[in-house]
Design a protein around this ligand. Structure first.
Ligand SMILES: C[S@@+](CC[C@H](N)C(=O)[O-])C[C@H]1O[C@@H](n2cnc3c(N)ncnc32)[C@H](O)[C@@H]1O
Length: 221
């Protein structure tokens, strides 16, 4: 199928001048917002499944319809793969039976990541595939690296991979990540060929857009 998806348009000409301040604030003031009950229940379900399987864990954060969760589960049969998304509509799309080593959970990541950290989860791999860009300059705090939960998602450790069709998002993420961890992640372009991990990846690639990603190995802290 030929797609015609538009590039991200932003009123922000370069990396946001406030990234450093947002990260400093997130480090100084961990998020205290109460955990929503529905995510607490969803986390309990995910945790019970994970504990019972006793396999290294992959988190597909913002998995959308869960295609990437399925593909990762096939690619890593010895791992447990949990896909989390807050959209019931996306998760409800029927893509056939889930592999036994995959679980899809409806939850808000802001709460889910905090519960995972509190429960002592350590990730083997962590994917943030095409997160909402929130391209307006005024929306920096809604991008994951501008959000108060940022240090928590990094603290879960593992090999973190971020993909986006917006170069600036990944570059800002790398900058914020270096501020928290002291580690420098390289931002590169890549071409998925026909091997799309997610529907958004397919859509952007088939529209001729450049895709960006960073990968970094993080310690569980
Ligand atoms: C642009 S879509 C990408 C979906 C999928 N990763 C893909 O590439 O096809 C971003 C996804 O992140 C989810 N999302 C955004 N904020 C979230 C949050 N706070 N908690 C859980 N999911 C969230 C949205 O519901 C949406 O499905």
């Amino acid at each position: 199928m030929q797609h015609n998806s538009r590039q991200v348009v932003s009123n922000q000409p370069g990396p946001h001048h406030d990234v450093e301040r947002r990260v400093a604030r997130a480090l100084a003031h961990p998020l205290r917002k109460p955990i929503a009950d529905h995510t607490l229940q969803a986390f309990k379900q995910a945790n019970a499944w994970y504990q019972q399987r006793q396999a290294p864990l992959i988190l597909d954060a913002g998995c959308g319809v869960g295609l990437s969760t399925r593909r990762l589960a096939e690619q890593f049969p010895e791992h447990s793969v949990i896909g989390v998304d807050r959209s019931a509509e996306r998760l409800g799309k029927d893509h056939g039976k889930l592999p036994d080593n995959a679980l899809l959970i409806r939850a808000d990541l802001v709460d889910f990541w905090r519960l995972a950290e509190q429960a002592g989860w350590g990730l083997e791999r962590h994917y943030l595939l095409y997160p909402n860009p929130y391209p307006k300059a005024g929306h920096l705090k809604m991008r994951w690296h501008g959000h108060p939960v940022f240090p928590t998602l990094l603290a879960l450790g593992g090999r973190l991979e971020v993909r986006s069709n917006w170069q600036l998002y990944v570059e800002e993420f790398a900058y914020a990540l270096a501020l928290v961890t002291g580690k420098q992640a390289e931002v590169v372009t890549f071409s998925p060929g026909d091997d799309y991990l997610t529907p958004f990846e397919a859509k952007y690639d088939q529209s001729g857009q450049t895709l960006w990603r960073l990968c970094i190995e993080l310690e569980r802290t």
